[in-house]
Design a protein around this ligand. Structure first.
Ligand SMILES: [Fe+2]
Ligand SMILES: [Fe+2]
Length: 182
């Protein structure tokens, strides 16, 4: 039962697609032009909300089961949760920056571009690291029983932790983004 990994990989593919758009808009800003602020706002809000609410927690569950299983092997992603915190902090900071710009605050372009670039680079490196050190070994090493337990833990996550209003609103953002003419 590795469909959870398929879902997480599909999330990564979507994040990468959105990162391309994000880069294009930040590129306009860096070149002294005017980005599409509506799009930038949708993207930065999406990155501030979707991964925390609907992606990282599932990865943390897979990681917990895998780490248990392969205690004697080296897992490069030993600081996965720390990386998730760092990514979340940066995404929220960037979304705040975009909100300030939209509210006509004068902010130094160089700093905005730098903040965007480091968020993008950290997220990209994190995703590649996960695909190699989490998704691939999870597919290979976890048993049917592990997947059954993971499935149950993800079920509990939906029942107890996921904020449905937040999830609904971020899925609405995803829909708006996918209707974007790109
Ligand atoms: Fe992650
Ligand atoms: Fe991920």
């Amino acid at each position: 039962m590795t469909s959870l990994i398929d879902d997480l990989e599909a999330d990564h593919a979507r994040f990468r697609r959105y990162i391309v758009w994000f880069n294009e808009e930040i590129g306009k800003l860096a070149a002294g032009g005017k980005p599409d602020y509506l799009l930038l706002n949708l993207l930065s809000t999406y990155f501030a909300e979707y991964p925390d609410e609907l992606h990282h927690k599932k990865e943390d569950i897979v990681y917990t089961h895998l780490a248990d299983k392969v205690r004697n092997r080296r897992i490069k992603l030993h600081n996965l949760q720390e990386q998730h915190l760092e990514i979340s902090k940066r995404a929220n900071r960037f979304a705040e920056i975009v909100r300030l710009i939209i509210n006509d605050e004068e902010l130094p372009i160089g700093e905005i571009v730098e903040e965007a670039a480091s968020y993008r680079d950290i997220l990209a490196a994190h995703m590649s690291g996960e695909e190699e050190a989490l998704f691939a070994p999870a597919r290979k090493l976890l048993s049917e029983n592990d997947w059954w337990e993971i499935d149950r833990a993800v079920g509990d996550l939906y029942a107890e932790e996921i904020n449905f209003d937040k999830a609904r609103s971020v899925l609405a953002i995803e829909k708006s983004l996918d209707q974007y003419d790109r």
